[in-house]
Design a protein around this ligand. Sequence first.
Ligand SMILES: Cc1ncc(COP(=O)(O)O)c(C=O)c1O
Length: 352
Amino acid sequence: MTIEETVKLARPNILTLKPYACARDEFKGQADIFLDANENSMGSVLSEAMNRYPDPLQVKLKEKIAEVKQVNPNQIFLGNGSDEAIDLLYRVFCQPGQDSVIIQPPTYGMYGVSANINDVKILEAPLTPDFQPDVEKVISLTGAYTKMIFFCSPNNPSANIMDVENVKMILTKFPGIVIIDEAYIDFSEKKSWIEELNRYPNLVVMQTFSKAWGMAGLRLGMLFAHPQIISLMNKTKPPYNVNECTQKLAFAALSNKNHKDEMVKMLLSERANLINGLSALKPVKKVYPSDANFLLVKFNDAGKMYKDLMNRSIIVRNRSSMPGCDNCLRITVGKPDENKRLIQTIKELDTK
Ligand SMILES: Cc1ncc(COP(=O)(O)O)c(C=O)c1O
């Protein structure tokens, strides 16, 4: 697929959209006095300067991210969490009431919720029993109005990476947008799809600061794609979608990447401990392999275990109702003492 063909997938009203021009778009240089944006020049009630609108295109932050991720700044879109980027992809590419998207359950819920919000038809190609894409099924579902396919790799809640060859097959065969959500990629030894961006104009890769970087509260999601896709996203987004606090704090965090790498190392070691600990417990039937910071765990009776843990003040996620996840709980890898308490609590429950 060429980039020209990819851009033509966008909604006609987005292609012709004249975006909102905010004050900071019209004048970007240095000046002494800014009386152009109806801000409060006096300051604010906070000690930190927050009285000015943030950079709409987050130029400084993107330069830093580009350095860390080895991409060009014009291949980056930043959103108020990946969730905003997911919603914008629908608004850019999918005509409500007409177009469709392929989702591969069990997977992250927002792909479906955003489709429903945007009145986009959902076509489901369930993952195989070992949680890999069913390539034939995916291809058979595609039609003239299928605009996007979502992959989640590592997948939430199954925790595994999607097979590279399967994804490649779909990337080359499907004449639409292929999104690979890599929210958990820092916990995997496998390569990011970011490296393939220059080869596939229809490839969109998403990552987030909410997981390995430990900044879920800041709300910052990254989307990497061809500069022309990024342009479409930028003209459709709300002008100041990433606030000043988030831009500043994320910039500071990126300057301290070692800290993130140390946390990931510790979480991976805790993941190994948790797998060993859980596998030895009687109520546990299976611990699935994980490339993420969580485990999918099959219990004899997940519903009862979920309630028993909750009654002891330990909250996990019951995923039993999702396809292929019968009697499964999703358990996030926590701090060492939290993981120990989880194991100890399940042991005690078992002796009752
Ligand atoms: C696969 C996946 N993508 C995206 C998100 C949300 O990311 P953000 O916090 O950046 O909106 C989650 C959150 O759980 C997730 O599991």
